[in-house]
Write a protein that binds this ligand. Structure first.
Ligand code: NAD
Length: 402
């Protein structure tokens, strides 16, 4: 059988620990036998980031802007323990944060649904994709612990020195204060990324804030979304028969729980932080969550939502058998390959991605799975496979599909 040819490369960002091991296995077993794989390779493993003073992360993001599509393996975000473990020069920042800042992107997370893994919310028969605004609000706050009596004001000083003041509170005793901000530019980028992704995946878009209480701050989010929708996206949405729906955050939560899924839920930074974990857990497992970073100008970076699965890696290093679920990482590859196929007009590449995803789902539905999946599956007698055998089982299923 002839291998599928690619015209433009994918940006390949390798990573750390157990997911780095899976990365190789996926390429060898599931990709290289079928595709003349063209990638521009960046090693974002922590050792290489340390050697290059993290320049490799920046370079990989710039390459992503150039080529339009990237696939990323999970990477370690260093903490104090990692400083010693890897003898680091510096506590390098999260690669995801660095890449997101360069691409000005929004992260969309969606669960992979499989029969036999039943969501806690029984009526969620379709995936709910969460889009989290990744800039500002409480994540870039300024706080004061008020020691006692005094007046708190919000002050804005324009370049010419004019000041706008608002009283926050006249304290008659100790308390707390917090200042938060966002920018029109960031909110607009977020809105465009959400509208584009809704069109791309042909799903409705929901957005919610607390604009009845926050009449300027949250209301600005609502207004920006509405203006951009009306001016740039309304016609496209109507043509595709998809909907942009705005409501209050408390109403959104109630509707989401009652829904069958199948839409994108755009959330402000804090709401997205909280809701994405709730939604991921309710669908079953973090290892079945995909994640894609989309920039407002249409650049895509695909990855698994989970981390490097450190505990399994240490077992692997000791020569012990691991049973790590590679599905979300495989879906990162299929997402990127499908997008590459779409952009370069290579239908075989898109068909390959569809077929590989089908093979993953069918393998688990046929009762062959990793240990963590067997714990949440309703399958009566699952065959529990190790990391490599699971990937090989997917290959067998793939070859058996028409
Ligand atoms: P993790 O996602 O690696 O693991 C969390 C838990 O889920 C663990 O119990 C793990 O065993 C389980 N798990 C996750 N994915 C699994 C899979 N595919 N198969 C089986 N079990 C799975 O998160 P963590 O332990 O908090 O972090 C480990 C490292 O990953 C850290 O260094 C962190 O910085 C990094 N991390 C990276 C990313 C990323 O690159 N996107 C995201 C999160 C964490």
């Amino acid at each position: 059988m002839e291998k599928i040819k690619m015209t433009n490369p994918l940006v390949e960002m390798d990573g750390d620990e157990m997911t780095r091991i899976l990365w190789q296995m996926i390429k060898e077993e599931l990709l290289l036998p079928y595709i003349d794989l063209k990638t521009e390779y960046y090693d974002l493993g922590l050792e290489r980031r340390n050697e290059t003073d993290d320049q490799v992360t920046v370079d990989s993001a710039i390459a992503t802007r150039k080529y339009g599509v990237a696939v990323k393996c999970a990477t370690i975000t260093p903490n104090a323990a990692r400083m010693t473990e890897y003898n680091l020069k510096e506590m390098w920042k999260s690669p995801n944060g660095t890449i997101r800042a360069i691409l000005d992107g929004t992260v969309f997370r969606a669960p992979i649904l499989i029969k036999g893994i039943v969501p806690y919310v029984k009526n969620w028969t379709k995936p709910i994709t969460i889009a989290r605004h990744a800039y500002g609000d409480v994540y870039k706050n300024t706080e004061i612990k008020v020691p006692g009596e005094g007046k708190a004001e919000l002050v804005f000083t324009a370049p010419d020195g004019t000041q706008t003041r608002e009283l926050i509170h006249n304290f008659d005793g100790a308390g707390i204060l917090q200042g938060i901000h966002n920018t029109e530019k960031s909110i607009s980028s977020f809105a465009r990324a959400c509208f584009n992704y809704a069109i791309d995946t042909k799903q409705d878009l929901w957005f919610a804030t607390k604009d009845t209480i926050s009449k300027k701050y949250d209301h600005t989010f609502k207004d920006i979304f509405q203006e951009i929708y009306d001016e740039e996206y309304k016609e496209k949405f109507e043509k595709l028969r998809i909907e942009y729906f705005y409501t209050l955050i408390d109403d959104a939560v109630a509707r989401v729980i009652r829904s069958e899924g199948g839409f994108i839920w755009a959330c402000k930074n804090y709401d997205g932080d909280v809701m994405s974990d709730m939604v991921a857990t309710a669908y079953g497992d973090l290892s079945m969550m995909t994640s894609v970073l989309v920039s407002p100008d249409g650049v895509y970076e695909y990855e698994a939502a989970h981390g490097t699965v450190q505990r399994h890696y240490y077992k692997h290093l000791k020569g012990e058998e691991t049973s790590t679920n590679s599905i979300a990482t495989i879906f990162a590859w299929t997402g990127a390959l499908r997008k590459r196929g779409e952009l370069d007009d290579i239908p075989e590449l898109m068909a390959f991605a569809d077929k590989l995803e089908k093979a993953c789902v069918k393998t688990v539905e046929d009762g062959k799975m990793t240990k963590s999946l067997s714990l949440i599956s309703t399958c009566e007698n699952p065959v529990i496979l190790n990391s490599l055998d699971f990937i090989r089982a997917i290959r067998e299923t793939f070859d058996s599909l028409a």
